[in-house]
Design a protein around this ligand. Structure first.
Ligand SMILES: NC(=O)c1ccc[n+]([C@@H]2O[C@H](COP(=O)([O-])OP(=O)(O)OC[C@H]3O[C@@H](n4cnc5c(N)ncnc54)[C@H](OP(=O)(O)O)[C@@H]3O)[C@@H](O)[C@H]2O)c1
Length: 330
């Protein structure tokens, strides 16, 4: 019989709503509790999803003995602190992307997972969606020949608000950590660790990146051009080019979409029977790992999160972007 996993939701903001909707499609998942800095907000979220328990602090949520796993959805700069509270109380954690704001913080989180022998995974949801998995399988099978280049972008026009999560340095603002992480993850997933990183950013008045272009060079003469921005709507497509054709992931390529392979100028669409809203796939993986008693996923491992963050650290260094807490240490 399928075991029931009791989930807690830490911080009921925008993405927590999408995640809670996605969990409805995960067999064996039950949202048992929600924690907010305000009991009123927790209760309002609980009413929407029929959640039995509400807490007015993250600490109380972490201490709930009935929870198997906690999903963390605060702004980036709080991910480490919130994750450590949960791991140190023996609660498995699925933490929103980016796992933290820099690789020092990611290392501290991985260490806590190991010391507590408690599961930790970054909620890099795209990694688990079938069309992303299929694209790599097609590439590895040589369907478009020798692959040489990835062109990928992610941009939308955000309203400039220096105090918002997207632009405020103390909340880990900037295009890179919020949306650039998707093109970067995809390039690293397909091609491995880059040999060379060349990044250029345009900074907002708050000092975080509002736009960024990155060229990555990999072994075997493979390259990737990445563009991400908070200042304009871009195609939001990914195009993988090989000696025998192309694979196109169309608009909002990081969400569930059908993909097209083109060979000899003949396009062929590959359609998927997607389930839920896309956020469910990562939760299925979490439950599989918990069932198997693992402290990390082999699909999106601790090492994967750390390697991705190290590339983001290097990009920020090249572009002159740092966060207030880094000046004081971590
Ligand atoms: N996977 C995805 O597709 C996706 C999409 C969007 C965002 N995200 C990630 O999810 C995280 C949250 O993003 P979001 O768009 O959901 O943000 P949001 O709507 O602003 O929600 C964040 C929540 O964190 C809590 N919080 C705690 N300290 C806070 C502070 N000092 N300032 C603001 N909020 C604070 C708040 O809940 P309470 O005060 O009620 O506790 C707030 O509702 C980010 O790390 C982001 O990268 C992922």
């Amino acid at each position: 019989m399928q075991k029931t996993y009791h989930w807690g939701i830490l911080a009921p903001g925008k993405i927590a709503h999408k995640f809670a909707s996605g969990l409805q499609f995960v067999p064996g998942a039950k949202i048992q509790a929600v924690g907010s800095r305000s009991l009123e907000r927790a209760e309002s979220f609980a009413a929407t999803y029929d959640i039995p328990k509400s807490y007015g602090s993250y600490q109380e949520l972490a201490e709930d003995p009935d929870l198997d796993v906690i999903y963390i959805a605060t702004p980036h700069s709080f991910h480490m602190e919130n994750t450590l509270i949960c791991l140190n109380r023996g609660k498995a954690v699925l933490c929103e992307k980016p796992l933290a704001i820099n690789s020092g913080q990611v290392e501290a989180m991985i260490n806590a997972s190991r010391q507590n022998q408690t599961f930790l995974m970054e909620a890099l949801w795209s990694r688990f969606i079938p069309h992303i998995i299929k694209t790599k399988d097609l590439m590895d099978a040589g369907v478009i020949g020798q692959v040489s280049h990835l062109e990928v972008d992610f941009g939308f026009k955000a309203r400039y608000d220096p105090d918002s999560r997207l632009f405020a340095p103390h909340l880990g603002g900037g295009a890179l950590l919020d949306i650039g992480i998707y093109p970067l993850f995809f390039a690293l997933h397909l091609f491995g660790a880059p040999d060379k990183i060349d990044a250029e950013a345009k900074l907002a008045a708050t000092g975080v990146d509002e736009s960024c272009r990155v060229k990555l060079t990999f072994s075997g003469n493979r390259t990737a051009n990445l563009w991400f921005t908070l200042t304009e709507d871009t195609p939001v497509e990914a195009k993988l080019t090989g000696s025998a054709g192309q694979i196109l992931l169309p608009n909002r390529w990081y969400q569930p979409v059908n993909i097209t392979t083109t060979k000899d100028d003949k396009p062929e669409e590959i359609a998927f029977d997607f389930v839920g809203n896309g956020y469910n796939y990562q939760a299925v993986e979490v439950q599989k790992c918990l069932e198997a008693g693992k402290i990390e996923s082999a699909v999106w491992s601790h090492h994967n999160s750390l390697a991705l963050m190290q590339v983001m650290d290097e990009i920020r260094q090249q572009c002159g972007i740092s966060y207030p807490s880094e000046k004081a240490g971590i």
